[in-house]
Write a protein that binds this ligand. Structure first.
Ligand SMILES: Cc1cc2nc3c(=O)[nH]c(=O)nc-3n(C[C@H](O)[C@H](O)[C@H](O)COP(=O)(O)O)c2cc1C
Length: 406
């Protein structure tokens, strides 16, 4: 048992949080009722579904989701072609003011988007600020629908447009200004730098990854099919976590700006990984849609236990701890070659997947006779493929120097 006294309290920029978990902008923050429910369950903050001026008409299609599920029906990846908030501005100003009265210790961030005219963003920013929002998040990253109107990712994919818009809004708001970035760019760093130089206090990443979920092979309709046709959508959920981690770490390595990580977070471990590569806090959308806002209990319990076990007093002490270990490929060690070992031979069911994988995708180093996996160490190149395809965990990779002759 650890004696470390841990607290989940943390800060992101000048915002103080009871724990590092916020609801991301999306269906779980589409109404005040949902945000209040999440606050009661323990979420430290929420980013509203993106609020737009009343002049911008939002008309959603139906259906607007598609899912890639694992064999146990668990979610692997999720696509949406949903647009922004359909509630009017006076609904949001009333709810922001009311929620801040009811939950003064929670952080309420207003996500906003307007027409390509920066003056409209300035007006909207001023309105949500006056309503009492703790911070403003500029959605310059939605990859579907809005780019056709010159906003969303159509702005976020160009450093010059991000700079111009951020500068314009910065000029009229005194509360923290957050810019939510799109991963759909070749290099995130110039875009992040433009936002920071133009006055962003915090960056959020990632919004969804542009995708096409699939094609119904009976009808040849792309998915999700809206009366027979579809469009490119936004990918989220567990499948995008590696992209989010890459983006957050790339920004953290280059810029000393506070970061909020999003993308595929559904367990406390995912959040801990984001923090370890540079995030100060995290946001969650798809996992709440899929499993409910109650996942906060396990996320806070798990993260707390992990920090205590590691003798870390708070999430801030974990921040960036993995970052120095992200290096260039050329600098990675060539001195510690690994080799496959049949570490748990009793578990082998003779399925033969390791043999096939090593034969057709590897180095012809594995054979199987009568439930006995034999690894030819001379042929094994240490790639690790067999350890991943084995469904029973029979094979593990070991440094060649530690091998015991199995
Ligand atoms: C159905 C749906 C609607 C979304 N709507 C918004 C939105 O209105 N504004 C926004 O900034 N992000 C929106 N997002 C993006 C999420 O906030 C988040 O950046 C993304 O889904 C990745 O996180 P996740 O894997 O936890 O969902 C939406 C995501 C989904 C799945």
């Amino acid at each position: 048992m650890s004696t470390t006294d841990t607290s989940l309290k943390t800060t992101v920029g000048s915002l103080s949080l009871n724990n590092p978990f916020l609801l991301a902008s999306g269906p779980p923050t589409a109404s005040g009722i949902q945000i209040r429910h999440a606050f009661r369950l323990g979420w430290a903050g929420a980013v509203t579904k993106t609020i737009v001026p009343d002049t911008l008409e939002i008309e959603d299609v139906s259906p607007r989701f598609a899912a890639w599920k694992g064999q146990d029906a668990g979610l692997l990846g999720f696509e949406n072609i949903e647009l922004l908030s359909k509630r009017n501005l006076s609904y949001w100003t009333g709810e922001i003011a009311a929620m801040k009265k009811e939950y003064p210790d929670r952080v309420l961030i207003a996500s906003i988007m307007a027409s390509p005219d920066p003056a409209e963003w300035q007006d909207l920013a001023g309105t949500v600020q006056d309503a009492g929002a703790d911070a403003i998040e500029l959605n310059v990253s939605c990859p579907h629908g809005m780019p056709e109107q010159g906003v969303g990712a159509a702005i976020g994919q160009h450093a010059s447009l991000v700079r111009e818009l951020t500068h314009a809004v910065r000029g009229v708001v005194r509360i923290p200004l957050i810019v939510k970035l799109t991963p759909n760019v070749t290099d995130i760093v110039p875009v992040a730098l433009a936002a920071v130089e133009a006055g962003a206090d915090i960056l959020t990443a990632i919004n969804t990854v542009q995708c096409l979920m699939g094609v119904d092979l009976d009808t040849l309709e792309p998915l999700p099919s809206v009366a027979g046709c579809s469009t490119y959508g936004g990918y989220s959920g567990p499948a995008v976590k590696p992209i989010g981690l890459r983006v957050i770490s790339q920004i953290a390595r280059e810029l000393p700006v506070p970061l909020m990580g999003i993308g595929g977070i559904s367990r406390w471990q995912d959040a801990a990984e984001y923090i370890a590569v540079g995030a100060s806090a995290v946001q969650v959308c798809t996992a709440v849609m899929w499993n409910g806002a109650g996942i906060i209990r396990e996320m806070t319990r798990g993260l707390s236990g992990y920090l205590a076990e590691k003798h870390l007093p708070d999430p801030g002490a974990l921040r960036c701890r993995a970052l120095p270990r992200i290096a260039s490929h050329a600098s990675l060690s060539r001195d510690t070659a690994h080799c496959a070992c049949a570490e748990f031979p009793d578990r082998c069911t003779s399925c033969g997947r390791c043999v096939i994988a090593c034969r057709d995708g590897g180095y012809h180093a594995i054979s199987l006779t009568d439930r006995h996996v034999a690894i030819d160490k001379g042929r094994c190149d240490g790639c690790g493929l067999c350890s991943f395809v084995c469904p029973e965990g029979v094979i593990v990779m070991q440094p060649r120097t530690q091998m015991t002759g199995r």
